[in-house]
Write a protein that binds this ligand. Structure first.
Ligand code: COA
Length: 568
């Protein structure tokens, strides 16, 4: 079928649904929801048999839904209605939640139901649940709905379902407000989780208005004599704040009229006066606390976790991770697994930190060099086998950083964006020009870079870019990774494998040193950062400020391609 996606943006859920339907031989084209006239034009051009709205922030115009079946993907259980579905589900402590695919009609979210899928809730940020459980359930429900539609099936009127959801209003900041005198840590965490990544909880730090994000529990540090709400310490980029019964960490903050930043950067002056509350090593702390980089070991396998918010890796993140990597290399293990974080493995250099720096061009340069140093450390690790295990999504430089490991294992369901051009024609580094072509061929590499389309985990393995696609379920994936890594550490020919690896690296180095690959890439990056064409700086400016879209990129809106033939 020809299926048109009407969507606010090409976010990860939309990417996943696009990939699922394309893999089932549907012809999918995308139009961003700019205004009614543009949407109507897209429908006229593409003549879709079905319209899907994976992520819309406003209603589809009647001129479209009255003539075409439009399937809305709603992140709520059957009967749930309103724009803050997940926010309420988290705040109300729902034990189970779901996604419903319903048909657009005059009344918002009240159309007949095509399909639904449910999942158990867990403690987590709204954006984390959205990228994981909601995306899985949406894929399942949409495939069911599309199959039913293609077979001539009909939806069930909402009143005939047993749905127990209800109409709920937009959640306002008054519903989210934290009462620092009364709210215990669990309540504070729930409130911030339900607003994360957008819009955050409106609050104040040191008397300055701001929005709070990225809350972590703290099990050990007591608030002592500090009153609830007081900031009592810092660790790396996070601030520890007293609650009614303990304390919670605040990882990210957005100041009034500012962009989202690590808390100690947004409130640098105040943070500099706070006591540092360091952990004494890279080892995983024995209690629940804020720890963005942590190491665990099981026999001859080391696991290095790095839980960087949004997968963004600034200069200091890269430097610290490289220090942790070098330390882990010194451990008496045979295999080192780079685990990334639960939601993201890495999305490359930290565009927000770059944006807020005094010189974004200089900071871009420092950041790309720091991430290249890390990639190089992984590539030069010649005494262990290394694995990148991707539980979460990876994009741009992050997806190539993973390729620096000897093997890359990826969780089924993960979405990858192994290309840079969307960020103002950025050339990219992280040794992609050395790592990608041997895997996918030079034509394959240039297609991946030019097409700028997302890749599924299975697609990446089929293309030869990554090595294995493992279980989709998070717990099953972790168990699979641990088992496979232990097997790798105990293969009888382990020593030969390491020697092979050393020989291959030496041969590659003789053919063309890593330093040359790096300096060739960085020459292009220097032009991107310091050259006369400001595209990268402009694209970054819009990206970090989330400027509304004003057109759909040509590579997504196939119906707008020159030469597109209107189907009969
Ligand atoms: N630096 C800073 N923040 C980043 C980031 C980066 N490199 N990559 C993603 N983010 C942030 C987004 O701004 C967003 O922030 P929010 O919490 O305020 O909403 C959040 O991470 C999630 O990103 P989003 O774009 O909504 O996720 P997605 O899953 O739909 O898309 C990507 C994933 C990777 C396609 C997209 O985030 C992207 O293009 N990132 C930029 C990658 C890049 O160009 N890196 C620099 C070159 S190495």
């Amino acid at each position: 079928m020809r299926i048109l996606f009407l969507t606010h943006s090409f976010n990860s859920l939309t990417q996943r649904l696009y990939a699922e339907l394309s893999a089932r031989d549907h012809e999918v084209s995308i139009e961003f929801d700019i205004n009614d006239a543009v949407a109507e034009q897209a429908v006229d051009l593409f003549r879709p048999q079905l319209i899907v709205a994976p992520y819309l922030r406003r209603a589809i115009p009647e001129s479209i839904w009255a003539k075409h079946v439009c399937l809305i993907v709603h992140p709520g259980i059957v009967g749930d209605r309103g724009p803050s579905a997940l926010d309420w589900a988290i705040q109300d402590g729902e034990a189970e939640w779901g996604v419903t695919v319903l048909q657009a009609e005059a009344e918002m979210d009240a159309g007949p139901v095509w399909a639904t899928a449910s999942f158990p809730m867990r403690r987590g940020r709204k954006a984390s649940l959205y990228r994981s459980e909601v995306t899985e359930a949406a894929a399942q429900a949409l495939i069911e709905a599309v199959t039913k539609f293609a077979a001539g099936g009909k939806p069930v009127p909402l009143v005939q379902t047993n749905g127990c959801g209800k109409l709920r209003p937009l959640m306002r900041q008054t519903d989210r407000a934290i009462d620092w005198q009364r709210d215990d840590s669990a309540t504070v965490l729930r409130k911030i989780d339900s607003a994360d990544g957008f819009p955050g909880v409106a609050d104040q730090l040191s008397g300055e208005p701001c929005h709070l994000f990225d809350a972590w529990p703290e099990a050990k540090v007591s608030r002592g004599d500090a009153p609830p709400g007081a900031i009592i310490g810092r660790r790396e980029t996070a601030l520890l704040r007293a609650t009614a019964d303990g304390a919670v960490w605040i990882g990210h903050v957005k100041r009034k009229d500012g962009i989202k930043l690590p808390a100690t950067v947004a409130f640098a002056e105040q943070a500099s006066k706070l006591p540092e509350l360091p952990l004494d090593s890279w080892w995983s702390a024995s209690h629940t606390t804020w720890q963005d980089i942590r190491y665990e070991e099981a026999d001859e396998v080391g696991f290095l976790h790095f839980e960087f918010y949004n997968g963004a890796m600034g200069t200091a993140h890269c430097d610290r991770l490289r220090a942790a990597f070098e330390w882990a290399r010194g451990r008496p293990t045979r295999v080192l697994v780079l685990m990334g974080g639960a939601d993201f493995w890495s999305n490359g250099i930290h565009l927000n930190l770059i944006e807020q720096s005094a010189s974004p061009a200089d900071e871009s340069w420092a950041n790309i060099n720091a991430i290249d140093d890390l990639a190089e450390a992984i590539l030069r690790c010649d005494d262990k086998l290394t694995v990148a295990a991707l539980r979460g999504n990876a994009g741009a430089g992050g997806s190539f950083l993973a390729r620096a490991a000897d093997q890359v294992w990826v969780r089924d369901g993960v979405m990858l964006n192994p290309h840079y051009k969307n960020m103002g024609n950025l050339y990219g580094s992280e040794f992609w020009s050395y790592l990608l072509p041997p895997r996918v061929g030079s034509e394959g590499a240039s297609a991946i870079m030019q097409q700028r389309l997302p890749m599924t985990a299975r697609g990446a393995v089929a293309a030869g870019f990554y090595d294995a696609c493992l279980a989709g379920d998070q717990a099953a994936f972790l168990a699979d990774v641990a088992r496979r890594a232990a097997e790798l550490a105990s293969v009888p020919d382990f020593v030969d494998r390491v020697r092979d690896k050393q020989r291959r690296r030496a041969a590659d180095e003789a053919a063309k040193p890593l330093a040359v690959w790096r300096s060739e890439e960085l020459e292009h990056m220097r032009r991107n950062f310091f050259g006369f064409d400001p595209s990268y700086h402009v694209a970054r400016w819009h990206f970090v400020r989330k400027s509304p879209q004003s057109w759909t990129p040509r590579h997504l809106a196939r119906h707008r391609e020159l030469g597109w033939n209107i189907p009969a």
